[in-house]
Design a protein around this ligand. Structure first.
Ligand code: NAD
Length: 498
């Protein structure tokens, strides 16, 4: 059986704990590899190596660090097909989607190549008599990244791009469900010229995460995953006095106004609700058509079109979406579908029990569609994270807009309309962090930044963009005066500049 090792000090590192996690091929249901789980001592070893690497790396000027990032981008691009294949066969998303996962990560690397400019400080000449003030951004030291299963390339690259460019070393704890791509990405960093120890990959479960959260030399933690764990990370880092950003789960709504282009809306929902088997934190699992006619047309067309979706193995170029990641996740999604029926929503398509011919043990779920879902139902209030679209009907825009604003999650939201004023007012008022206007999955480009509100993010800084630079650096402000012979007589009072 293939074994996935840690990656410490520039090379593969075989753990000794005897603890492992199974890696499935979601297309077949078989265990295809096992990944080592670290304990506290292995984690400490990675942190020690990272401390040494960080000193070397931070001493390189930012332009030289940027050149390593540029080379890295070229190397990842050259290996795009192999990486996408590896990603598809561990995660279950189709190849085109796997490439999107890698490309969106590379966009952050590309942005981070501008680090010489992005890290520039500020300067005030003559802030007082003969006194100048300047500030600089310095790296934090060793930082941690903890990533979820659903974007095994993009999210590690969000972390790596920003943390490494700014001169930190990172210990990355990738998802234990699909860890092979992060390991390969680390190997490519070495080929690009990253000094040993600057990027360490340590696999594991809660034990490894807790060791990271409580290690005194880990100065900051960037986390992406479910809300319960994000909240735990936030609480623990607060207790430990560490800087953190912890992104959580989502339940994104798409509001459909009567004047929307229904062809575009149906097409967008097909991709955003069912693409990647619904395992995206920016998926659109809730549709809110406004008015009875809009709702009837949307529901009838979605039902027709969703039935035509091709579900296939993740490497099939004709498949629209593949299996979900594990048998346990398939069971969880199917339990939510059963609950939806029990709660009284109208089931129009039932994806439970879907079998793909020749791959009967794969973790496939058919497209599922519920109408007349109501706030208060558990299946509406909670994140399902599967190919399940729920329709909540609204009488007018005001009623529709309350739904995402009042929901516990506030990651993304979309409105489909031709009315610019309505869209503008909606975008200004809605209590959600990322808004799409006729854009179903409004993941911000790399030079803006990513972050939800409410239980979708426990943080003051978003991921990547200039927010990422702020998160991974600390400001030092220097006030300087050079001796001129004029000593003055103010030595015993608080200095003022006047
Ligand atoms: P998860 O919370 O189960 O796991 C995320 C990370 O936390 C993994 O590395 C995992 O090993 C670790 N972990 C799991 N249980 C832990 C515990 N008890 N203590 C400490 N660490 C633990 O999330 P997942 O299932 O891998 O990913 C899906 C979730 O991530 C969904 O909720 C999705 O919405 C969310 N997500 C959010 C964003 C965002 O930016 N807001 C992006 C992608 C995914």
């Amino acid at each position: 059986m293939r074994e996935i090792n840690h990656f410490i000090d520039g090379k593969s590192f075989t753990g000794k704990t005897g603890r492992f996690g199974d890696i499935f091929n979601p297309n077949t249901g078989e265990v295809q590899a096992r990944v080592q789980f670290a304990d506290e001592s292995e984690l400490s070893r990675a942190v020690e190596g990272a401390k040494k690497g960080q000193r070397v790396w931070a001493a390189m000027n930012p332009q030289r660090r940027a050149r390593v990032l540029m080379t890295y981008k070229t190397l990842v691009e050259a290996e795009m097909d192999e990486l996408a294949h590896l990603l598809s066969t561990e995660h279950g998303k189709v190849i085109a989607d796997s490439k999107g996962d890698i490309i969106r990560g590379l966009e952050v690397i590309e942005f981070a190549c501008g680090v010489p400019h992005l890290m520039k400080g500020e300067y005030t000449e003559s802030a007082g008599p003969g006194i100048d003030v300047y500030s600089m951004r310095q790296p934090l030291g060793v930082v941690a990244g903890i990533s979820p299963f659903n974007f095994p390339a993009m999210i590690p690259m969000w972390f790596m791009g920003m943390a490494l460019a700014t001169g930190n070393a990172m210990v990355l704890k990738p998802s234990e469900k699909d860890p092979s791509v992060p390991v390969r990405l680390a190997e490519l960093w070495m080929e690009a010229g990253l000094p040993e120890g600057v990027l360490q990959i340590v696999h594991g479960d809660k034990q490894a995460v807790d060791a990271l959260l409580t290690h005194e030399d880990v100065k900051a933690v960037s986390f992406v995953g479910s809300s319960a764990i994000a909240h735990y990370i936030a609480r623990t880092c607060t207790e430990q006095g560490k800087r953190f950003q912890a992104m959580g789960g989502a339940k994104n709504h798409g509001i459909i106004m009567p004047d929307a282009d229904m062809d575009q809306v149906v097409n967008d929902f097909l991709g955003a609700a069912y693409g990647s088997a619904g395992e995206r934190c920016m998926a659109l699992p809730v549709a809110v058509p406004v008015g009875k006619d809009t709702a009837n047309e949307f529901v009838s067309r979605m039902k027709d079109e969703a039935q035509k979706l091709r579900i296939g193995v993740s490497t099939d170029p004709d498949a629209h979406y593949g299996p979900v990641v594990t048998a346990a996740h398939k069971q969880r999604v199917e339990d939510y579908i059963t609950l939806g029926v029990e709660e009284g929503a109208d089931m129009l398509l039932d994806g439970r029990g879907f079998k793909l011919q020749g791959h009967e043990n794969g973790f496939f779920i058919g497209p599922t569609l519920f109408d007349n879902v109501k706030p208060g139902m558990k299946t509406y209030e909670e994140e399902i994270f599967g190919p399940v679209l729920q329709v909540v009907r609204a009488g007018n825009l005001e009623e529709a807009a309350h739904l995402p604003s009042d929901h516990q999650y506030g990651n993304g939201v979309a409105i489909f309309t031709r009315n610019g004023l309505a869209a503008r007012e909606f975008a200004a008022k809605v209590q959600v962090g990322m808004v799409g206007i006729n854009v179903p999955i409004p993941v911000p480009v790399a030079y803006h930044s990513f972050g939800g509100w409410k239980r979708s993010a426990f943080t003051d800084t978003n991921q990547y963009g200039t927010e990422g630079i702020r998160f991974f650096t600390k400001i030092k402000t220097v006030t300087q005066r050079w001796p001129s012979g004029d000593i003055g007589d103010q030595a015993f009072v608080i200095p003022t500049m006047g």
